[in-house]
Design a protein around this ligand. Structure first.
Ligand SMILES: Cc1ncc(COP(=O)(O)O)c(C=O)c1O
Length: 513
């Protein structure tokens, strides 16, 4: 070991050639999350609190640490300053930086708590709600880049003109920045604009007074579940169906009862008599794409009326309809008021806006408003005002017309390409509306489809099985859920051409295998 290759501190001498050992020795690990200075801050603070850097010990020089961790020296200086300001480090003029003694935690914590294991590492006693939540952790954010041709469902095409308009209006609305708490039911202008919009475009019957603005439809589903269900209550839910709804009901402790769907949508005749609530997506069943027939809509209302049950109608993408006449929302046909209509702007604007709403029977309004207030007060006001402006001056419907045309071309491109390359072997459903198709490639069993998905990924094609959307995924038919919103028609054609070649040359297998 040569002297020149040492990073020196009072208590360690480690060869610079083996720099990873320096950070390992100190327990310094950057976790890769967020800004570098935050990562280093967390790592150093942890090293101090865990005792890897003991009280009074000297830290390596900032220059050496920066080199070791491949950070800029300014980043290290910034973090040292922060930790010094918080009392974890102390500088001695001319002799470097030391871990403070005593540490701030030691000064603040009572004697008895000093040796207790840190709460961050001890497993808490979780509530029932937490147990429900932990059963289905959310999908992790993508760790790798999206495949070149990604048929992921749930994304929308980020249209530059929409974003420009949104930015402009945000700027304008921000001239009178709302700073105080606001009405939990939502901005009055937006509620009125939504009431007008759903009346003219979705056939709903409602006043602004029946609307509560929520953070996306997910919050509406969560509040519905918490306010109308007790643990053990039965909920009929479309199978296959939407995981956001499934989890909202499970988290409230509900018992789920699968309700079958066919080409006419939810099979109302088979609804269990004991369900207190039924969740359905009548305008475009998720994920099969079936449209609930008028006959069944009326039967559903009768079922709910006879059993004093509630209908939760999730109209998540009813605006994108390409064939046939739009069918009136169940809410619009509902005279006795058994329907809670859930709407979202995630598909028609963009999901990060987190803007949705629920249209409630009058009798529920005050309790929903109270629940909204006690859970998150209200949805951010500025965005609500921008949306109201959007709806009022017609820009929203212009945007919808543009997007409907664009998505229609993509939908046709996908259907045509599947027909061309797979012919009768591709069974396609859900073509009338929405932003995805359900596709069964008849040559593939469940195992074969998995292999096809893996092989396609190697070629830069993102394919997704519909199986997780079934209450018993292992019994699901081997189908793909193909979102086409983000791909141009030429990309779709290319991707399906590549896909067809994989099927033939690499993974084709006989059905049933
Ligand atoms: C059936 C269904 N409902 C609602 C949504 C939208 O949820 P949110 O409004 O919470 O973004 C989606 C989005 O993927 C969906 O598939």
């Amino acid at each position: 070991m040569q002297n020149g290759s040492l990073i020196r501190a009072n208590f360690y001498h480690i060869p610079r050639a083996n720099l990873e050992t320096v950070t390992d020795y100190l327990g310094l690990r950057l976790d890769g999350e967020g800004a570098l200075h935050r990562q280093l801050y967390r790592a150093l603070r942890h090293a101090i609190l865990a005792g890897h850097l003991s009280e009074g010990s000297r830290l390596p020089a900032t220059r050496a640490l920066a080199r070791d961790l491949r950070l800029s020296r300014n980043t290290v200086l910034l973090v040292f300053e922060q930790l010094t300001a918080e009392g974890y480090l102390a500088g001695r003029t001319g002799s470097g930086t030391y871990v403070a003694s005593p540490l701030p935690e030691a000064m603040l914590a009572p004697e008895a708590l000093r040796d207790a294991p840190p709460a961050a590492t001890a497993e808490p006693r979780w509530s029932r709600f937490a147990h429900c939540i932990r059963r289905y952790p959310p999908a992790a954010p993508r760790s790798t880049a999206a495949p070149r041709y990604d048929f992921r469902y749930g994304a929308i095409d980020a249209e530059p003109r929409l974003l420009d308009e949104w930015r402009k209006r945000l700027g304008r609305a921000a001239q009178h920045y709302p700073v105080d708490y606001a009405d939990p039911r939502g901005d009055p202008g937006l509620r009125a604009a939504i009431a007008r919009y759903v009346s003219r475009s979705r056939g709903c019957h409602c006043t602004a007074g029946q609307i509560v603005v929520t953070s996306g439809s997910q919050q509406a589903l969560d509040l519905i579940a918490r306010l109308l269900l007790d643990a053990g209550d039965r909920v009929a839910i479309e199978n296959p169906g939407y995981l956001g709804a499934r989890n909202a009901f499970l988290n409230a402790g509900a018992e789920l009862m699968p309700a079958g769907v066919d080409t006419e949508g939810l099979i109302v005749d088979q609804l269990p008599a004991t369900a207190r609530l039924v969740y359905t997506t009548p305008s475009h069943q998720f994920p099969t794409g079936a449209v609930l027939s008028l006959r069944r809509r009326l039967a559903l209302l009768e079922w709910a009326q006879n059993r004093e049950a509630w209908i939760v109608e999730d109209d998540y993408d009813g605006e994108y309809r390409y064939e046939g006449r739009p069918v009136e929302a169940v809410q619009g046909l509902d005279r006795p008021g058994r329907t809670l209509y859930v709407g979202t702007f995630s598909k028609v604007l963009f999901p990060a806006a987190r803007l949705g709403y629920v249209i409630l029977p009058e009798s529920m309004l005050d309790t929903f408003a109270a629940a909204k207030w006690w859970t998150d007060r209200h949805t951010p006001v500025l965005e609500q005002r921008v949306l109201a402006d959007f709806l009022d001056d017609g820009e929203f419907e212009r945007h919808l017309r543009r997007m409907r045309k664009r998505y229609a071309l993509r939908r046709t491109a996908l259907i045509d390409a599947l027909r061309r390359h797979f012919g009768e072997k591709a069974e396609i459903t859900g073509t009338q509306a929405g932003l995805h198709l359900m596709v069964r490639l008849k040559d593939y069993s469940s195992g074969g489809l998995k292999r096809l998905i893996d092989a396609a990924r190697e070629k830069g094609i993102g394919l997704y099985s519909a199986a997780p959307l079934y209450l018993a995924p292992h019994e699901a038919p081997p189908c793909l859920l193909m979102g086409y919103a983000t791909l141009a028609p030429e990309e779709i054609q290319k991707a399906i051409e590549h896909l067809a070649s994989i099927r033939i040359s690499e993974t084709a297998d006989a059905a049933g295998g």
